[in-house]
Design a protein around this ligand. Structure first.
Ligand code: FE
Length: 337
């Protein structure tokens, strides 16, 4: 009898069926604090969490190449554009969780992947030099009156691709192509550096307006990026664009259950845990993102800039992945490096 059980266990193991109570996360989020969060999940549920961290492209490549043999249950990353493009390759399965549906507003999820935290892509300025018009929009930044005054990163950056994808969704391809040309004309320098580098350029007086995500100003203010960046961040302020219209461009960190997940139930449990008050509070205090759920306050370093700005809740973030390649094409054709 014992022999039969052993043989059975070996066979099941070969078939990829595992008895261990665990969940395997492939994460492109580069936060140590996420690991502490997974430890809390283990303490609560007894489910062991194994994390493989890496760059998006490398993780996605590995998941695709390993196919059915891939041990990953959950893929977690930043930007809805990435999640949408990965789903377009058929890599996720539906979690089928009413808890997730209830917790996450419909514009911040798809049937296949779920927003965990929110971020806005905003405009930064130095109030000692610049007073932005109260109705300033992303569209306005392409106006010739801002020639030589704008910094923004390269077209290869996924945050920019998602922003431009949202412009396509709202204004159409033709208008967005004109807008991209205007933006290239208005650039104070060739696109270079990360989001923080754009904020630093405004602090240094190299440009009047920078486009960057919200959490970076808080990260710089926190001192985690050094005293120099902290001092620079104190000089600038975020401006929330498109307040007279559809609202400020929003994006997410999020994740989805992978098609061949060996531990689907545990993966869903973990996603549900990430949307609890406890987990959300941990996330926003460490990453300076906005919470996905009601009843959780963002960290003070980001809350100080106002919480009542109008978010674009009309443009579904699932549009970003769909319009991503058109967005890149439009930027490239406009000469946006
Ligand atoms: Fe980022």
């Amino acid at each position: 009898m014992r022999k039969i059980i052993v043989v059975l266990a070996i066979l099941l193991n070969f078939a990829g069926i595992s008895f261990a109570n665990e969940v395997n996360i492939f994460s492109a989020r580069h936060y140590d604090s996420d690991v502490q969060l997974y430890e809390k999940f283990t303490a609560k549920t007894g489910i062991k969490v194994n994390v493989v961290s890496g760059k998006d492209k490398a993780l996605q490549k590995r998941i695709i190449e390993e196919g059915k043999d891939c041990l990953a249950d959950l893929y977690i990353t930043a930007d809805a554009g990435r999640l949408g493009a990965f789903q377009a390759k058929g890599m996720f399965q539906k979690a089928g969780s009413s808890t997730l549906k209830k917790a996450i507003p419909s514009n911040f999820r798809s049937p296949y992947w779920y927003g965990i935290a929110k971020r806005a892509r905003v405009i930064y300025y130095d109030p000692s030099r610049t007073t932005p018009p109260s109705n300033l929009s992303y569209e306005d930044l392409a106006d010739s009156k801002y020639k030589g005054k704008v910094v923004i990163r390269k077209s290869s950056n996924v945050y920019n691709q998602s922003l431009v994808a949202s412009l396509i969704a709202n204004n159409g391809k033709k208008k967005t192509a004109e807008w991209a040309k205007g933006m290239v004309n208005n650039m104070a320098r060739k696109p270079k550096g990360n989001d923080r580098a754009q904020i630093l350029a405004v602090a240094a007086g190299e440009a009047d307006y920078a486009v960057a995500n919200t959490y970076y100003i808080a990260l710089m203010l926190s001192g985690k990026k050094g005293a120099e960046q902290q001092a620079a961040a104190k000089k600038v302020k975020p401006f929330f664009p498109n307040q007279d219209g559809r609202g400020t461009h929003m994006n997410i960190s999020g994740g989805g259950v992978l098609k061949h997940a060996p531990n689907k139930d545990n993966a869903v449990k973990l996603l549900e845990f990430l949307l609890t008050k406890e987990a959300q509070q941990h996330i926003v205090n460490n990453t300076f993102e906005y919470p996905m759920i009601e009843g959780v306050q963002p960290n003070e370093l980001i809350a100080q800039f106002g919480l009542n700005f109008k978010q674009d809740l009309k443009t579904k973030v699932s549009k970003y992945g769909k319009n991503q390649s058109s967005a890149l094409k439009i930027m490239t054709e406009a000469g946006w490096e």
